[in-house]
Design a protein around this ligand. Structure first.
Ligand code: HEM
Length: 335
């Protein structure tokens, strides 16, 4: 495994700081890589799922502040305020509670319908179909074999031009409804997702919304604008107060441009900021001394696209017109 992003960062650190020991290069590269990942998740992945202009602006402001990327790039942190200059480099803040990924976050992040059952792999060179596969062909060692067989660039390209599943009712991947765990136990993950929330005491959909100061659904028709789903939910639950959180969020109408529900979004956006606010490496210690100047430049200057192209330059035609690597890439036949 030579061509990892970690190793590319190590090479840059070694060239800039020849006196550093192997351990120092290794550990600082990990830190830089983790921060780049957090940045990509904040300003690229999440906005691709939530393409609402206000959300995109809010997430970009988490990283760069409302003054924006250009000011942050050219002048650094011009203000100590996280609102104006972004969270990285601001004071760490736990907001009075020790940091943890909350149970509510785990509950709304059960996004298994994103995973398709069927996959088509294309050749990056001529767009021909190399292979059709189903989810089990991609899991565990099968996935490693598939990459060896088809080549990583073709696999990445095929994922780049395909779409994830919609986070809506009746879209749970069939393969995960009879999912074989490592010990051979077969589970219905759709059931497990609901069961775990019940075991862990996660409030039902309406109670959850009340705790978020959101309006509860007054009826099944109020919960969803799909009459068929309203009928099905009534058949299953009888009382709208009993609807579990996950089916409720999958039935609720989506705000424009958003891939998941407003209910889930309220938790998501809090956690997106807090996991930065509470981590000293993204706040108080986001400094030259801790990351090195080369490290901070690396985080500032890279995106998912630059990382992909560094390791897989053959993807250039597919990524040429793509502003955000988490949006669908260009089909090479069209470009
Ligand atoms: C092929 C892809 C995937 C497989 C095979 C898979 C499988 C699983 C399994 C077996 C569990 C544990 C269930 C249990 O509690 O017994 C789980 C939990 C979970 N999965 Fe997935 N998953 C996949 C993709 C995803 C994706 C794409 C997301 C979100 C974007 C996701 C989010 C979660 C969450 C939030 C949990 C609960 C974790 C916890 O209890 O702490 N999974 N998944």
């Amino acid at each position: 495994m030579r061509d990892t992003e970690h190793n590319a960062i190590c090479d840059a650190l070694r060239a800039a700081y020849p006196s550093w020991s192997d351990e120092e290069v290794f550990q600082r590269a990990r830190l830089i890589n983790a921060a780049l990942l957090a940045k990509i998740h904040t300003v690229e992945w999440t906005p691709a799922l939530l393409t609402h202009p206000t959300v995109t602006a809010a997430l970009r402001a988490n990283w760069w502040g409302v003054f924006g990327e250009r000011i942050r790039r050219n002048y650094g942190r011009v203000s100590s305020s996280e609102v104006l200059s972004g969270i990285p480099g601001a004071e760490r803040d736990h907001f009075g509670v020790p940091y943890a990924i909350t149970e509510e976050f785990v509950a709304v992040y059960r996004m298994h319908p994103l995973i398709p059952d069927d996959y088509t792999f294309y050749s990056l060179r001529d767009q021909s179909v190399l292979r059709r596969a189903e989810l089990p062909d991609l899991l565990g060692l099968n996935g490693v074999r598939l990459i060896d067989e088809l080549g990583a660039e073709n696999c990445l390209y095929s994922f780049g031009i395909s779409h994830p599943g919609a986070l809506r009712l009746h879209n749970f991947p069939n393969h995960l409804r009879k999912f074989s765990r490592h010990d051979g136990t077969v589970v219905d993950l759709a059931t497990v997702d609901v069961l775990r929330d019940r075991e862990r005491g996660v409030p039902r959909y309406n109670a959850f919304r009340r705790l978020l100061h959101m309006e509860p659904a007054k009826s099944f028709e109020d919960l969803t604008d799909n009459p068929e789903w309203a009928r099905e939910l009534r058949d299953v639950y009888g009382d709208v107060e009993l609807v579990d959180l996950l089916p409720g969020t999958l039935a609720e109408p989506l705000p424009p441009g958003m891939a998941f529900s407003d209910t889930a979004f309220r938790i998501f956006i809090l956690m997106a900021s807090r996991r930065l606010n509470s981590d000293r490496f993204f706040t108080t210690d986001f400094t030259d001394e801790v990351y090195s100047p080369v490290g901070l430049d690396w985080i500032r200057d890279n995106t998912m696209t630059t990382v992909l192209l560094r390791h897989f330059p053959g993807l250039t035609p597919a990524l040429r017109n793509v502003e955000n690597a988490f949006w669908p890439w260009s089909s090479v036949r069209l470009s």
